[in-house]
Design a protein around this ligand. Structure first.
Ligand SMILES: [Fe+2]
Ligand SMILES: [Fe+2]
Length: 327
């Protein structure tokens, strides 16, 4: 009886300490006690984020072999490689919550894990690489800068490095579009067409409107999330408007205008039914993206085997050296 009471008291103390850390804007480290729901929410969010970085390499890698110059090819390769790095940091950070990288990979390959739906759209022209950098990486920055202050420390730390690289990604996208907009009428049309196709999906990256996002409030209470979906969407649009003007492209929303009274932008209606279709796996490239990821995983089996064999060999020689030293 007494031990149960003691265990109960200890659990209460730990929960109180967790609440105190959150209230004080302090950080939760992997070894700290945390509520199961907090852990589950983070595993879901962080692994979806990691998967998005990895799947997100595909639409852009599609243009590495067709980049218009050696310089553009080198920049795009570096960018796609950055995204691989982001995936790896995030898988490692997720592992600190007690799930293995193998489990996460398994969930993705089995089609059970989600990743950002934006990567299920095709990249039809070179201008799409510009539009992705400007809009998709731009939206990622708006989402991720506040995550640098996420209450779960390993996630926040991973985000600091990732955000620095994302801002380079956004600038390279802007610069591709700027070059096209200074080019021939055909190049200008290509840039505008890419912006027309990527604008609305990029707004949807912030998730459903606040009223339809029941988990948001809880994540904000835990200080995983710092701003609501609609607040972040507003910040993003506010960032885009002057940049679109500088580029000379039109954002494809006839209802978009500054509302002096609300001190915010009015936006036209977002077609959420389209997003629902893509999330449900009926987007233009869902099957192709997963198929390609599975093939890449199978093709990489020999690398994993070689790395494991090498690690075993190193461990054996370390053990032998220790045994010799002891003898
Ligand atoms: Fe990234
Ligand atoms: Fe990026």
């Amino acid at each position: 009886m007494e031990t149960t009471t003691e265990a109960g008291a200890e659990a209460n103390t730990e929960a109180a300490r967790f609440d105190e850390l959150i209230a004080a804007d302090d950080r939760i480290e992997p070894r700290d006690w945390m509520p199961d729901d907090y852990r589950r929410t983070l595993i879901r969010q962080m692994s979806q984020h990691a998967h998005s970085e990895i799947i997100g390499m595909q639409p852009e890698a599609n243009w590495i072999s067709r980049a218009p110059s050696l310089k553009r090819k080198a920049i795009l390769m570096a960018k796609v490689q950055d995204e691989a790095g982001h995936g790896l940091y995030l898988y490692s950070a997720t592992e600190t919550l007690g799930v293995t990288r193998d489990e996460l990979t398994e969930q993705l390959l089995a089609g059970k894990a989600k990743y950002s739906s934006i990567f299920n759209y095709p990249t039809l022209s070179w201008a799409d690489i510009g539009a992705i950098g400007w809009l998709v990486d731009g939206a990622a920055i708006c989402n991720q800068v506040p995550l640098c202050r996420c209450s779960y420390a390993p996630y926040g730390r991973a985000m600091v490095r990732i955000c620095k690289e994302e801002s380079f990604h956004q600038r390279q996208g802007f610069e591709i579009l700027l070059t096209l907009m200074r080019g021939t009428p055909e190049q200008q049309r290509m840039a505008q067409d890419a912006v027309d196709r990527w604008y609305w999906p990029s707004l949807m990256m912030f998730g459903p409107p606040d009223a339809d996002s029941p988990n948001s409030a809880r994540s904000m209470g835990w200080k995983i999330k710092r701003f609501s979906n609609d607040e972040l969407r507003q910040r993003f649009v506010a960032m885009l408007v002057p940049q679109a003007e500088a580029l000379g492209v039109t954002l494809p929303d006839p209802d978009l205008r500054w509302n002096e009274q609300r001190q915010a932008y009015d936006l036209g209606p977002i077609d959420w039914s389209e997003l629902q279709e893509v999330i449900a796996g009926r987007g233009p490239c869902n099957a192709q993206r997963l198929q390609r990821r599975r093939e890449a995983h199978e093709d990489g089996a020999w690398v994993r085997e070689a790395a494991a064999a090498y690690a075993a060999k190193q461990a054996a020689s370390r053990a032998a050296a220790t045994a010799e030293a002891v003898a």
